[in-house]
Structures are given as C-alpha cells and as structure tokens.
Design a protein around this ligand. Structure first.
Ligand SMILES: Nc1ncnc2c1ncn2[C@@H]1O[C@H](COP(=O)(O)OP(=O)(O)OP(=O)(O)O)[C@@H](O)[C@H]1O
Ligand SMILES: [Mg+2]
Length: 265
C-alpha cells in the first residue's frame, strides 16, 4: 500500500504502444507525485520519447491508461491536457520570434491566466506589464534580465530554450515535461539551464527525458530506466545505476557473473 501523502499528479498503468508490430512501449507503469523531480533514461530507441508522447497525449496507447490527478485522460488531446494545467512542454509553447524576450513572457503569463484575445494582449498588455513583479522575478530566475529587450529570433539556442521553459513555468503548470532539454546546447548553456532547473526543485513537478544523465543526476530524486520499451529499473539514481540490467543495457557493462562466464569460456 502506498504511504506517500503527496498528491498523485500522473499515473500510467500498463501502457503499451506499437508501431507496425514493433513494441515501442511495453506495459509501462509509472507514477509521479507532487514536486517530484524525476528522470527517464535509456539507450537509443528504448521508448522514452514514445512514452513521453503518450503522457502528453500525442499518441493514445493501444493498451493501458493514463490518469492525471486521478482523472482518466488516456484519450484526451494534448491541448486539453495543457488547459488542465497538466503540462506545458516547450514544444507546446509558441514563442513570438519578432517580439522581445520580456514581451513573450508577458504574453505567456496573460494568455495562461487571463485568457484574453491575442490582439487585445498585443495592444494593451505588453507595455503596461513589463515590470510586473512576476515578470521581473522570472527574468531574474532564468538569467534573462540582460537580454530582456532582445528580439527572440536573435537569441542563441540556449537562451531560447531558457525563455521557453520560463514561459512554461509562468503558466503555472502542475507538471512540466521536458524531452531532452539539453540537446544541442553548448556546455556553458547547459550549465545555465541546469542552474535554473535546479532553482525549481521542490516548487514544481518535473519529468525530464535525458540522455546526458551525468548532468541531471545530482538533482533528480528518482530515475526510471527504460530498455526496449520496458522499465528495467526505478528508484533513487544510485540504486538504478547499480542494477545489473541497467549496467548491461545502458552502460554496456557486464555483470560480475557474466564477466566470470566470459572468462571461463
Ligand atoms: N512514429 C514512429 N513510427 C514508427 N516507429 C517509431 C515511431 N516513433 C518511434 N518509433 C520506434 O519506436 C522505438 C522507440 O522509439 P523512441 O523514439 O520512443 O525511443 P527513445 O528512447 O526516445 O530513443 P532516443 O534516445 O533515440 O531518443 C524505436 O524503435 C523507434 O524506431
Ligand atoms: Mg527520444
């Protein structure tokens, strides 16, 4: 029986997805509770992105169910899940490339909380709200203060990704899902993004699919390791990484028993 008093945010039960006979996600069970910061890792083709897409609603699973705060959302389309505050991935956060950083933040905040028409937002809102405490705070947290007036199309990939995540967070989602947020970034941009993500540990429920485990390991509270569509280990990072199947599939490290077998043959 579960004794964790924190509210359940998302639950996948026996989720399976096939592509032309290939089982991309195989009977996966997964639970995320409020303020969990969890990661999913696995080798190429392990099924991480497919599972992520099932959670975000891009694909319905062929078998199994997905629950959000106890509600069955298995067949609910992505936009509706976003409306529920279920998630704001940066893929779903459209930036306005010809506007400044700060105006994108203002628009994101007002779009999520006040739901006015976009035209009235453009005409009335941006200028008046650039110095709202919420906007000033997010500029600070995400290290966007110095580039607040830059036009978004001129940002580097790292700056843009920071802005996109800041925009998602302004919408106050219950769950933030990030699929390889560090992909394509230079080391200095990675460090900057990790700094802002770290600042949200304990304030936000976050699920990160990531290849570069070494970068996120220190602030992930829980890890799920996938291989060939299945979850092969789950729990604290250290424990997962010691798991024999993980050592074999993810690190390609043989277990002591196998090493002994290989030596004997
Ligand atoms: N739209 C699709 N059509 C057909 N096959 C797909 C599709 N999406 C994924 N697959 C297959 O499903 C399996 C799981 O892919 P998925 O992209 O979920 O893996 P991943 O763990 O995210 O891999 P990576 O680390 O490379 O991003 C792979 O064999 C992949 O080729
Ligand atoms: Mg992937």
């Amino acid at each position: 029986m579960n004794t964790d008093p924190r509210a359940e945010i998302i639950r996948a039960e026996g989720v399976t997805k096939r592509f032309h006979g290939l089982v991309a996600v195989n009977n996966v069970n997964f639970v995320l509770r409020e303020f969990d910061v969890a990661g999913i890792i696995g080798s190429n083709g392990a099924g991480k992105t497919t599972f992520f897409n099932i959670l975000t609603g891009l694909y319905p699973p062929e078998e199994g169910k997905v629950f959000y705060k106890g509600e069955d959302v298995t067949r609910m389309p992505p936009e509706k899940r976003v409306d529920l505050g279920m998630m704001r991935t940066f893929q779903l956060t459209a930036t306005f490339d010809s506007l400044s950083v700060v105006d994108n933040l203002v628009l994101s905040f007002f779009r999520a909380h006040k739901k006015p028409s976009l035209l009235s937002l453009f005409l009335n809102t941006c200028k008046r709200h650039r110095n709202d405490p919420k906007i000033v705070e997010i500029l600070e947290t995400f290290d966007l203060k110095d580039i607040r007036d830059r036009i978004v199309k001129n940002l580097s990939l790292g700056e843009k990704r920071r802005l996109e995540i800041a925009m998602s967070i302004l919408a106050d989602p219950s769950l933030l899902l990030l699929d390889e947020p560090l992909a394509g970034l230079a080391e200095s941009e990675i460090q900057m993004l990790l700094k802002v993500l770290r600042a949200h540990v304990g304030r936000q429920t976050i699920l990160i699919v990531e290849h570069k485990l070494s970068h996120v390991q220190d602030f992930l509270q829980r890890l799920t390791v996938m291989h060939e569509g299945r979850v092969i280990a789950e729990g604290p990072c250290e424990e997962c990484l010691r798991h024999p199947e993980v050592r074999k599939s993810y690190w390609q490290i043989a277990t002591p028993a196998e090493e002994a077998g290989a030596a004997a043959s």
